[in-house]
Write a protein that binds this ligand. Structure first.
Ligand SMILES: Nc1ncnc2c1ncn2[C@@H]1O[C@H](COP(=O)(O)OP(=O)(O)OP(=O)(O)O)[C@@H](O)[C@H]1O
Length: 304
């Protein structure tokens, strides 16, 4: 593994191995050339963290938006949020009475409009969770470089996209079936880069640097989690991720639980954190079977 600067992970929050460095460098070039990037991969592999780091490197203000079923065009573009009224009553001279009343609607800009207008870097996390009809607006942004304002009662029909505006999408392919069908027209306009689990050595290094557990303990926890991950089918969206390893390492460290596969407290901790994803991943609802699988996997790591 290539030598890394000790403070890499501290300054960016992301440990950059050669694969990640490569992805960052290519993505930066694509964004600079005006193309949108799309990171796709399983949960917890670092897509959002990578998007945030990339956005930071663009040195433009960053706007973060999360896809969800309820997201509407109003959230993206903006909406009239109420009325503002102003009344002037002038009866300083008794015989003269003047009354003036102004009522104006108050408009507030949506997140997308702000980002497009001011040239921000937009991160649209888990975009496939939003309705395709909501995401359609990106077609005009990416193709015609305009944001249409139809249906908003705004005077202008559209606003032009700022030349520095860029967008990074993320998605989890395993979710496509359960969420919305991905929109091929939108995907056709994105440069899609797959992000997968890091190798065990890198995951252990992340764990040790982020939680303060020793390298050996981090390696042990990583081995348990990745071995359980391997037991689940590759297309399952419930395979245990680096997040689970981070939770186990943090709790073991803070609660003084020995990272020892034969220790009952450690086994219980691993079970509490891993049973749900393992039972979903293996499609096994019998808790005692899952407990045995987790315990057996724990015992495979040796006491330090
Ligand atoms: N290379 C890395 N260096 C340091 N931490 C990492 C790295 N990759 C992932 N992580 C950590 O793993 C956790 C999950 O990362 P992140 O949320 O970016 O994943 P994701 O792929 O976007 O997940 P999801 O699809 O569930 O949103 C975070 O705590 C993140 O800090």
């Amino acid at each position: 593994m290539a030598e890394r600067k000790e403070n890499d992970i501290v300054s960016s929050g992301l440990l950059q191995n050669d694969v990640i460095k490569e992805v960052i460098s290519r993505s930066l070039n694509y964004l600079s050339a005006g193309y949108p990037i799309h990171f796709t991969g399983p949960a917890g592999v670092g897509k959002t963290s990578l998007a945030l780091l990339l956005a930071k490197k663009r040195r433009r203000p960053v706007m973060l938006m999360h896809g969800n079923e309820e997201l509407s065009n109003e959230d993206l573009i903006g909406a009239f949020t109420g009325y503002h009224s102003q009344k002037v009553v002038d009866n300083f001279i008794r015989s003269v009475y003047k009354k003036e009343e102004n009522v104006t609607e108050t408009w507030s800009n949506g997140k997308l409009l702000k980002a497009v207008k001011n040239g921000y870097t937009l991160i649209y996390d888990e975009f496939t969770r939003s309705k395709p009809s909501t995401n359609n607006i990106f077609l005009s942004i990416l193709e015609e470089r305009i944001l249409p304002l139809y249906g908003t009662k705004q005077q202008e029909p559209f606003i032009r996209v700022h030349p520095k505006f860029s967008v990074i999408f993320t998605s989890n392919p395993a979710e496509y079936a359960g969420v919305h069908q991905t929109q091929d027209a939108l995907l056709d306009r994105l440069i899609t880069i797959p992000i997968d689990y890091s190798d065990e050595e890198t995951e252990a290094e992340i764990l040790s640097k982020k939680t303060g557990v020793s390298k050996e303990k981090a390696a042990g926890i990583t081995r348990i989690v990745s071995s359980l991950r391997e037991k689940c089918p590759k297309n399952s969206q419930h395979r245990p991720s680096l997040r689970a390893s981070l939770m186990i390492a943090t709790l073991a460290h803070e609660e003084g639980i020995p990272v020892d596969g034969k220790d009952e407290d450690f086994q219980q901790l691993c079970f509490d954190i891993l049973w749900f994803s393992v039972s979903k991943g293996l499609d096994e609802s019998d808790q005692s079977k899952i407990k045995n699988i987790v315990e057996d996997t724990c015992k495979e790591i040796e006491r330090e």
